[in-house]
Unconditional design. Structure first.
Length: 144
């Protein structure tokens, strides 16, 4: 099963994650703009289980999702949710992607436009909430 890449501001793309289901609440006020990303996971059965438990996704900051569902060792040492503030090298991820966002925004489940000025600076008081969705991503080792 392949996942298609999607971009949040052309920089952020979904990826898979691992671990235990989060303990954070899974509801968010409707007045917030949702920013969706993918939590990439190497186990399709776990993805089915987590999607059944969280059909609307999980409202977690990408950094929290990376820590909670960390499968970076399975993915050749690369993070499976959040890469940091710089886009990873080309060809690092196949048929999937990774969240690339400022730490100020990626560390909060709900952030404002001032936390991501290059993207939402014109909306400094608006609130944005992250929602992670689970998906299967097979690791394909690159040949140098």
């Amino acid at each position: 099963m392949l996942r298609t890449m999607f971009a949040v501001t052309g920089i952020c793309v979904g990826l898979y994650a691992c671990g235990k289901p989060p303990t954070q609440p899974t509801s968010v006020p409707a007045t917030r703009t949702l920013i969706s990303y993918t939590i990439n996971m190497p186990d399709a059965r776990l993805v089915l289980l987590l999607n059944a438990q969280h059909p609307d996704g999980v409202y977690l900051a990408p950094i929290t999702a990376q820590a909670t569902y960390n499968y970076s060792t399975v993915y050749g040492g690369t993070p499976n949710v959040y890469a940091g503030e710089q886009s990873p090298a080309l060809n690092t991820y196949f048929h999937t992607g990774i969240v690339v966002a400022p730490r100020t925004a990626a560390s909060k489940a709900v952030f404002t436009g001032t936390d991501w000025p290059n993207l939402y600076g014109d909306r400094p008081t608006d609130e944005f909430a992250w929602v992670g969705r689970f998906a299967y991503a097979q690791f394909i080792q690159r040949v140098p």
